[in-house]
Design a binder for this molecule. Sequence first.
Ligand code: SRM
Ligand code: SF4
Length: 555
Amino acid sequence: MTDQPKPLSRNEEIKARSRHLRGTIAEGLARAETGALAEDDTQLTKFHGIYQQDDRDLRPERAKRRLEKAFSFMTRLRVPAGILTPAQWRAMDRLADERANHTLRLTTRQTIQFHGIIKSNLKPAIQAMHAALLDTIAACGDVNRNVIATANPYESAVHAQAVAAARALSAHLLPRTRAWHEIWIDGERVAGGEAEAEAEPIYGATYMPRKFKIAIAVPPRNDVDVFAHDLGLIAIVGEGGIVGYDVTVGGGMGMTHGDPATFPRIGDVLGYVPADKVIELAEKVVLVQRDFGDRAERKHARLKYTIEDRGTEWFLAALTERLGWELLPPRPFRFDATGDRLGWSESGDGRSHFTLFVENGRVADREGSPLKSALAEIAGFHEGVFIITANQNLVIADIPAHGREAVASAIARHGLANPAGGLRRNSMACVALPTCGLALAESERYLPGLVAALEDELAAVGLAQEEIVIRMTGCPNGCARPYLAEIGLVGRNPGLYNLHLGAAFDGSRMNRLYRADLDHDAILAALRPLFAAYARDRHPGEHFGDFAERTALAA
Ligand code: SRM
Ligand code: SF4
């Protein structure tokens, strides 16, 4: 029997026929009889940063009444390195009220998602983003996504270089098609046939086999979880700032329950690249994956599987061939944590920064906690920038000396003080229900209550202030990077979670499955004795993840 090549996945056909990501999206937007778009077009809108969703809380009621699902759209901004001006923040705040569900959702990749935009509001919403000099191009889809970078403005010069690199990488790897502008902004078709007019020099007609993600970390902070990325860049700082990067490849978090062919993986350190060659390096990594990634099986299409199947040495050889030069041996680096440094800090240039904990990234006005209004007020007078962190938090950054008092007073007046508990400060949950179509269990709506219960347990053994990283997702896709948390909870079924333990505090080692299918009480029962043992038996300075690896998981 001969080895037949496997047929391409359906998404490959959709991309190939799409005339560079146009499909029939424009026609679907004009169709008033449904709140949805054509199915194939919903795959293409992802490349435009737009996901069709429906409110899952309303599904049973609407099905009973034989109504169409309550369709709406999630849109995701592209914000390299997570930086927004106050004017942009104010515009996005208004947009959330006028076109979406009155909330802004800070994501684990340093951007904002809007939920609940109905079809007729989509175009005006995107146009409002464009008017604020923002866009949603390539925020999702089989392309390079939002490039993220350490949100640490305290070392101003180095941070500025990392941000500049993130922006340059994002611009270089952006699709060239004018489809986004044509559909959402000006409505004008490019004359002379899109295919010829818009060759995609990097991606070609069918783009990447799957999503592709890049992060830049500036040690000692691994606040971007650099090892979770297809391509990770670890800044090496010398005289004059960032002189180059250690390069990691093949990280990724997603897996499918019960399918051992899928797994989370942390990236391999491949070598060192001088700073002036980093764009060329990134492009060639993309090209190797573009040409060798699996286009038949989407669950097997990320770079991590290409590398796992063919080997790191093969990958390095394929990369070197395209580069025409060799990576240098990696330089030493040291990470200390994946979390943000919450609260006030100062940089050498006389500016201050306040890192605000935003629970699970949801910026909303709630009774007793008017976070959204408070941030809009601060954006009204703030003279610096806002930086969204990859931990779903927000840095009110670059505050000049004369502006600090006003920010401090707004924080105090609106009760925005950061939480005291070490577990909550290091907690993160993905969106999950009711908007995520893939959620198997609650996440964002459940984690705050679980953390309260776990903090009681920690307080009982004297560990209330202990910094422990906990992350939850409503399914195994890994959107809050739960496999890199000291306590990872991964949704299995409504109300049931797999408990993973043992990741390193600095994000350099993944956790492992400890117990499966736990409900709320079972999660507490599993962790209670471990917290007690940790309080009693830990080595000086030992983090909870290391302790769990040494004790509970070793047993
Ligand atoms: Fe994610 C799919 C939300 C970061 C791995 N992710 C989704 C979708 C779009 C569901 C869907 O496909 O229908 C979720 C939308 C939920 C909603 O209602 O908003 C979603 N992912 C998120 C966000 C908003 C989670 C959050 O709470 O912040 C993050 C948005 C990031 C951004 O701004 O771009 C988010 N997703 C991640 C990360 C973390 C990261 O990149 O650092 C991962 C793991 C890293 C990785 O890619 O391996 C991640 N998301 C996935 C996967 C699994 C991909 C895989 O190849 O294994 C899916 C499912 C898929 O693509 O088929 C997914
Ligand atoms: Fe949805 Fe799963 Fe991602 Fe959570 S981890 S947002 S449930 S896809």
